[in-house]
Write a protein of this length. Structure first.
Length: 133
């Protein structure tokens, strides 16, 4: 993310919605769910089942996407990631969630998903439809 002009805005969006966790932080949370938290997290990152940003040899993961009590990805976020499957990766995916979106009246999906997850899912589907053209 270093050097990308979107990075500052993306990082600020995630700071205001719960912050960012390192892969080590999240692995500790996932220990409640699995004996292999690093393997589970690696699979989530590789398969783009979570939003992650490679940064200085580690991964940063926006906290808003996790249900900490159950050590899982929140269902609305998972549905949106599934709808966006294959369109974005890494900073592009993080940016899609963090930056203003025309389908959401220029609100960022990260700011809307808690209040109106269906609207964010529809925005993701519209993004996917636009990408197919």
């Amino acid at each position: 993310i270093d050097g990308d002009p979107r990075a500052t805005e993306v990082l600020h969006a995630y700071q205001r919605t719960g912050g960012l966790w390192s892969s080590d932080d999240l692995s500790r949370v996932l220990q409640r769910r699995t004996a292999q938290p690093v393997s589970l997290l690696a699979r989530w990152i590789v398969d783009t089942l979570v939003i992650s940003l490679a940064w200085r040899g580690d991964y940063l993961l926006p906290a808003f996407q996790f249900d900490v009590g159950h050590a899982t990805v929140r269902r609305p976020v998972f549905a949106v990631l599934e709808a966006l499957d294959g369109i974005f990766k890494d900073l592009d995916l993080a940016s899609w969630f963090a930056l203003p979106n025309a389908h959401l009246d220029d609100a960022a999906p990260v700011d809307v998903i808690e209040l109106d997850p269906d609207a964010v899912l529809e925005a993701a589907r519209a993004e996917r439809a636009g990408a197919r053209r």
